[in-house]
Design a binder for this molecule. Structure first.
Ligand code: SF4
Length: 341
């Protein structure tokens, strides 16, 4: 066992958080937790994990649910493609594998929506197989501990860090080692203000001894953020039912429902478009930030030229059962009363 692995596991035994997916060897629950926790903090993901396990206690239950049910439970977590992939993978495992996860790393990798990270997590946590999990926490710990300034999001950086992660893995305690490494990154060697003063790795940590903790890990510059300009038409029909359209494929929020939308090409175009509806009620602007997109949206109470859209009408009480993007949800939270008047 490497000294690093030994130190990490000792630290983990004392400091680990008590989380439900750490008390199970059920690959279904482990997979569920990993999918939910991608790009989501543990405190935010935990209630979603509990909701999913409660609603769908096993993979067949999840597979047999409708996509709408799954996306409704997923609502608020963002990255809806993960919710759709979760459902699709459940259906494949339920139908083609009789509900059993493949018990090998390569077998797991064959499944849609399961990449190297999730495959390693399930392989080690559920089946005790010696595969290193490499997530953002692990990149950070390795980069600082070994003083490596290769970009963690570059191809060569990824390869290097994955190789080191495999080398230091204790194959006899793969699950403990992986959990310890990730937890150490989440709680001790944090992105901002790592707790170096009371760190068990301090004496052998290169970044600490060279005063480079703040400079590591290195990341290549992010891709450009795309600005988008939305105007939603919130229009009740004669019965007071609100019009919705379902978002199509190839863009954000696929399969979710929204008020009929007009997307403008620029801020100026958005202002000019809104000027046509000067007399109508209009919301304050909503700013909604996604990883690669900044959306500025207005909601207006004005008729909409709907020739090319397929609209569905819902009474107000039924709206909460529709899978909605967080942006629409935010609007409804603020303007529920205006809409029921
Ligand atoms: S000394 Fe600081 S930078 Fe080094 S491993 Fe510990 S917490 Fe991370």
């Amino acid at each position: 066992m490497s000294a690093l692995s030994q130190d990490l596991i000792k630290w983990y035994e004392i400091h680990q958080r008590n989380l439900p997916w750490r008390h199970t060897k059920d690959p279904y629950q482990i997979w569920l937790s990993e999918v939910i926790l991608q790009q989501t903090r543990v405190d935010q993901g935990l209630p979603y994990f509990n909701k999913f396990v409660h609603a769908f206690p096993n993979i067949h239950a999840l597979a047999n649910a409708s996509q709408q049910e799954v996306l409704s439970l997923w609502q608020g977590l963002g990255y809806y493609s993960r919710g759709r992939n979760l459902h699709a993978t459940a259906q494949i495992i339920s139908q083609n594998y009789d509900g059993r996860f493949p018990e090998s790393y390569q077998g797991l990798l064959q499944l849609k929506g399961i990449g190297p990270y999730t495959a390693a997590a399930i392989a080690s946590f559920a089946f005790d197989l010696p595969h290193a999990v490499v997530d953002g926490n692990v990149y950070r710990v390795l980069s600082r501990y070994f003083g490596i300034d290769l970009a963690i999001n570059s191809t060569s950086g990824k390869k290097t860090f994955e190789k080191i992660a495999e080398e230091i893995l204790d194959p006899k305690q793969a699950a403990q080692h992986n959990q310890a490494m990730m937890e150490f990154g989440a709680l001790q060697c944090k992105p901002v203000s790592p707790n170096c003063e009371v760190c068990p790795l301090q004496l052998s940590c290169v970044a600490f001894s060279e005063g480079k903790v703040q400079q590591l890990p290195v990341k290549e510059k992010k891709v450009k953020v795309r600005p988008r300009f939305f105007v939603y038409h919130v229009v009740p029909n004669q019965q007071g039912y609100l019009a919705f359209e379902k978002r199509g494929a190839g863009d954000i929020w696929e399969g979710l429902y929204q008020f009929p939308l007009v997307e403008l090409s620029s801020e100026e175009a958005q202002v000019a478009y809104l000027a046509h509806f000067d007399a109508a009620w209009r919301s304050a602007p909503f700013k909604h930030i996604l990883t690669h997109q900044n959306i500025k949206a207005f909601f207006i109470r004005a008729p909409f030229a709907a020739e090319k859209k397929e609209l569905e009408h819902y009474p107000f009480e039924e709206i909460s059962s529709l899978p909605l993007p967080r942006l629409i949800d935010k609007f409804l939270e603020q303007h529920r009363e205006d809409l029921t008047k």
